[in-house]
Structure formats: C-alpha cells, structure tokens
Design a protein around this ligand. Structure first.
Ligand code: LLP
Length: 410
C-alpha cells in the first residue's frame, strides 16, 4: 500500500475507491505481492529441487489458488474439503499434499481415491494404511521433532505436548510398522509452528529430519512445513528468507550427496505468501471517548479477523481516509457483542465517522478463519492483479444466514 495521487493505492488502484465501489467490510488482496513472495522463495532455494506447497488454509479463495498454480506452486491441504477445493482450482492430485490430523480412515480413503499425496500423522493410522494398501500407495510420514518453535503457544506445534505428528522418539516403532506392512514411504515431513523467525530453527528441524531420513530407503522428498515469519509492524523482524534459503539448501545438498539421491525439498508456507498481500477495509461507525480511551467502532470484528483476539496478534491499522493532519491515540474495536479489540492504543490520523480504516497483514488466516458470529455477514473479497481490481467473493446476504437452517413446526 503506497500513497499516490493523494490516495492510498495498490497497483494504482485507490483503496478508498474500492471501499466505495464494493462496500465495507472488504478484503482486498494484492496479487503482485503474492507473486513476488513466491518468486522470493523460489530464488532463495534455487540451488535445490524446491517444491512449494502453498498452505491452502491461510487463504482458500479459488482465485488465489489459481494464482498460486500459475506461479508454479503446489498446495498443502489439511482437510478433504481443501483437497477438493484445490482440485476445483485446477491442481493435479500429484501437486496436492494432504496433511490431516485426527481424521477418520474413511477420509484418508477418500483422499487416496482422489490420488493425492497422503501424509500420515499417527501410528494407528499408519497401521490402517498398511492393512489396506500395503506397499501399493506411496505415503509420507509426519514426524514431531520436539522443537519449541513459533510465535506463541497456540501456533507452536512441534513440541512434545503437541497433538501433531509421530514423535521422533517413536521411530523404532514406525519402522516395525513399515516392515510389517511393507510400506512405501517416499517422504518425511515436519512442521514446527507458525511465525518462526530464526534460520537456526529451520536448520535444527532439518538436522532432525536428516537423522530420521538416514533410516529410510527410497525417499523422494523431505517436507519442512511452513512457518516463516512475516513483519506485522514497522521495524518488525521477519524471517530472512535468503539466509534460510542459503543455510538450509547447503545442508540439504550435503544430505542428498550422503543419501545418494537428489531429493526434492518441500515447504508449505501460508503466511509468507499471502499475509502482507491482504487488507481488511472497514468503515468507522462511531468514535467514542471513555475515561480511559477513545474507541473507534468499525463495521467488522472478531467474526471477520479473529487473530488479534485469538493470538494477541498485532495488525497495523491506517486511516486511509486521511492523508495528513494531526494524529491521535485510538483503540479500534469491532461491532461484535463481546470484547473484540482489533488494535489497542494506536496513533492514527484524526478519525471521523465514515472514515475507512485499512487493517494490514489480513491476507493469511483472515477470511479463512471468519465466521457468522452475531449472525453477521461475511465480507466480499477483491483481488488486484495487473492494475485491475476484480471481485472474487460476493458479500454474504441475509439468505446465507438462513441457508441450511431447517424450520420445523413448533
Ligand atoms: N503446514 C502445516 C502442516 C500447517 O499446519 C501450517 C499451519 C502450515 C503449513 C502453514 O504455516 P504458515 O506458513 O502459515 O505459518 N491461524 C494461525 C496460524 C496457524 C497455522 C496452522 N498451521 C495464525 O493466524 O497465526
């Protein structure tokens, strides 16, 4: 988002104009930014056989999926519905990595029928898989490396208390199952968390995965999951993707030589690819002073962007209706009948009713985690690509709130 011609613009498209044309609340995505992020990652890992599996859950609009496909990525899907969405968007089954957890074997069978790569996250399921498919269907195993990584407790998933993956300490057991069922394991996977800053954490994960991989014959890929940290505010440190690329690629190349095979390296970024591309545009309904704060009440809330309330996430906010003038301190809150602070004690250009506030970093886990709480409608989505804004999801209507409710005689 930059200021041009007296307006905040993305690729020459005015954001306040979009708010007028499509109404608010409105999710807006900068398609060029997404393509740039894909390119950055591809460049950082240009010396190894990289496969990017975009984490669908971050932002699953089919047009975003199509954009990823165009940019040359595959996808990571965590539910059978995401698998179907990705196929609908044009991904071939072999481009889809399916990493479910706590699902029934029926769902795994459905995924197998669709022909996607299945990543198994527990030993009982590995046994079911073996009983049913033996060595006929290649499979990947999700390991839990017991690393504490990630921005906060809710998004750290590689530690010993986490429900995800098969403990690295259970490898012996895993091998017994593999041998008993003659399983065809072609990939190993770890995902340790989200908002991981440090290249060293990825290296540590890599070393653990290499150690495990030495015990497997016939591997075709190692998957390091997602988790690169992006900047949420000015001065925030983000994962240095070049540094991670250099260090991990070097370690990976050395491992491939030792292993005797030119393996593929997979990553499953969500935030890195789409977080910064997204803006949630909301309108100011009320400016209200209390003894402690000046609240700016907007036409959105935790129903549309739950990250601030769920993870204490920081999202930058800008009053895009004001290009200059004095700043004041405000707390931006939603219209939900619960405490739903979007941004506390922030300096913004003086806010008035009707102003449009842009909430930044809203691309990842924004609309994909939204709900109809308080029976509110979900926002529309717009994608800006090649300097042109296009609607990619209609705003919900009251009919959507009633849809699927069954009225019975009482
Ligand atoms: N791969 C797997 C297996 C995952 O579980 C996840 C995220 C990713 C890849 C992508 O992680 P990313 O690159 O986006 O950090 N809703 C939270 C983040 C939860 C992530 C869950 N799994 C948030 O808004 O911070």
């Amino acid at each position: 988002m930059e200021i041009k011609d007296n307006q905040y613009q993305i690729q020459g498209v005015s954001l306040t104009r979009l708010a007028k044309d499509y109404g608010t609340p409105l999710y807006v995505y900068d398609g060029e930014k997404i393509l740039n992020q894909v390119k950055k990652l591809q460049d950082a890992f240009s010396t190894v056989k990289l496969k990017i599996k975009y984490a669908t859950k971050a932002l699953s609009n089919i047009n975003i999926l199509k954009l990823m496909k165009k940019a040359g990525t595959g996808v990571d899907a965590v539910s059978i519905e995401e698998v179907k969405l990705c196929m609908h968007a044009g991904f071939e089954p072999h481009e889809i990595m399916y990493t479910p957890n706590s699902v029934s074997f029926e769902e795994i069978q459905e995924a197998e029928n669709l022909g996607v790569m299945i990543n198994i996250d527990n030993i009982p399921m590995l046994e079911h898989f073996g009983t049913y498919y033996g060595n006929k269907v290649p499979v990947c195993i999700r390991l839990n490396p017991h690393i504490l990584a990630g921005g906060n407790a809710k998004i750290s998933v590689g530690h010993i208390d986490s429900k995800f993956g098969i403990s690295i300490l259970q490898l012996k057991h895993v091998h017994k199952v593999i041998n008993a069922y003659d399983l065809n394991v072609i990939g190993l996977h770890v995902h340790t968390g989200s908002d991981i800053l440090d290249a060293e954490v990825f290296l540590k994960g890599a070393e653990i995965l290499f150690d495990a991989a030495r015990e497997f014959k016939g591997l075709k890929f190692l998957d390091f999951g997602g988790g690169f940290k992006v900047a949420y505010k000015k001065g925030d440190i983000a994962t240095d993707i070049k540094e991670v690329g250099n260090k991990v690629s070097k370690a990976f190349r050395e491992f491939c030589v030792e292993y005797g095979s030119d393996l593929e390296i997979w990553f499953e970024p969500g935030k890195f690819l789409v977080s910064e591309s997204g803006y949630l545009l909301v309108k100011v309904n009320i400016v209200k002073s209390t003894p402690a704060s000046t609240f700016v009440g907007v036409d959105s809330g935790l129903n549309h962007l739950i990250r601030p309330m769920m993870y204490d996430a920081y999202h930058d906010v800008v009053n895009i209706s004001k290009l200059d003038g004095p700043e004041r301190v405000y707390t931006i809150v939603g219209y939900i009948c619960e405490t739903d602070t979007i941004a506390a004690d922030r300096k913004l250009r003086e806010v008035q009713e009707g102003d449009i506030i842009a909430i930044k970093n809203a691309g990842a886990y924004g609309i994909s985690m939204s709900s109809n709480y308080n029976s509110r409608l979900r926002p529309a989505e717009v994608l800006i690509l090649n300097g042109k804004a296009q609607l990619i999801r209609e705003r919900e209507t009251f009919d959507d709130i009633l849809r699927h409710q069954v009225e019975i005689d009482l």
